[in-house]
Design a protein around this ligand. Sequence first.
Ligand code: XMP
Length: 319
Amino acid sequence: SWQPSHFIQEAVERIQQQAPSGQVICALSGGVDSAVAALLAHQAIVERLTCIFVDNGLLRRGEAEQVSRTFRDHFQIELITVDAAEEFLAALAGVTDPEQKRKIIGEKFIRIFEREARNLDDAAYLVQGTLYPDVIESTAPDRNVAVKIKTHHNVGGLPDDMKLKVIEPLRMLFKDEVRAAGLALGLPEDWVWRHPFPGPGLAVRLLGAISFERLETLRHADAIFLEELRAAGLYRATQQAFAVLLPVQSVGVMGDYRTYADTIAIRAVSTEDFMTADWARLPYELLAKVSSRIVNEVTGVNRVVYDISSKPPATIEWE
Ligand code: XMP
C-alpha cells in the first residue's frame, strides 16, 4: 500500500537528481498541492529553493499573512511575496465578463512570475504541484465539458520560452495522498484540509466590476461565514464554502431609515470530485447567525441569501 514516508523519501531523491545544481523556484498558491510540492523541494535542496507568492489583491482576508507565517516563519523557507494588488486591480478596471477577468488575471500572473524568475539569477527549475487528475485533465481536455467551460489557469499556463525545467513531484498522486504527504511533512492540519480556492480568486466571486471597496466588502462577509462554519465544526463537512457579492441592490430598513444596499450570497457544497456537487444542508441556526452577523457587521450589505442550487445545472462558482 501507499506510504507517505516512502513517497517522501523517493520524491526527495528524485528532485535531487532532477535539479542537481542551480536555483529552483516554486510558485505558492496558498493551496495544499503547491505547499506539499514546496516542502518536498525544500527537503531536497534547502537553500537553493525560493518560493514565490503573488498577492494579486484578490485573496481572502488574512491569506497573504498566513502564507508567509507558515512558510517563512514556521518552515524557514526562502519566500518572496510580490505585492501586485494595484497592478491587478488596474488591469481589471471596468471588466465585468468572467472569462475576460480570468484571461487578464492569468496573463498578469505569468508576466509577474516571469519578472520575478528573471530577478532570481540563473533559476533553472520550476517546481509545480500538479496532481495526477490535473495531468489527465490537461492531456485529455475533451474528457469533461466542465473543464472546457472555464479556463483553469492552474495547469500548464506558463509559456514555453521561460526555459525553466518543470519538476512535478506530485504528478502520480491523488488528493488524499497529497494530504497524507502534507501531514507527514509537518504541514499544519488546517492547511492540509483547506478548501480549494480558484486561481482568479475573488474576482469571480464578485459579480460585475471589481473595486478595492467591493473586494473589502466581500472579504469581510466571506471571513464571517468561514469563521462561523469552522466554529460550528462543519468546515470539513463541506468541500467548498464561500461568499459571493452580487451586483444587486435591494431595499431594506435599518432603524427609521430605508436602505438600498448590496446582497451577499452564501454558497457551500458537498462533492466528491467537483464535477457534480450538491448544496450543503447547513443547519438553519448557523445560517441565521451568519446572516445576522453579515448584515450587522459588513457595511453596505442589507441582505443575505443562501444558494440552494446543485451542479449541474449550476456551477460551484457563480462566474
Ligand atoms: P465550477 O464553478 O466549474 O468549479 O463548478 C469547479 C471547481 O473548479 C474551481 N474553479 C477554478 N479553479 N481557476 C481555478 O484554478 C478557475 O478559473 C476556476 N474556476 C472554477 C472551483 O473553485 C471549483 O473548485
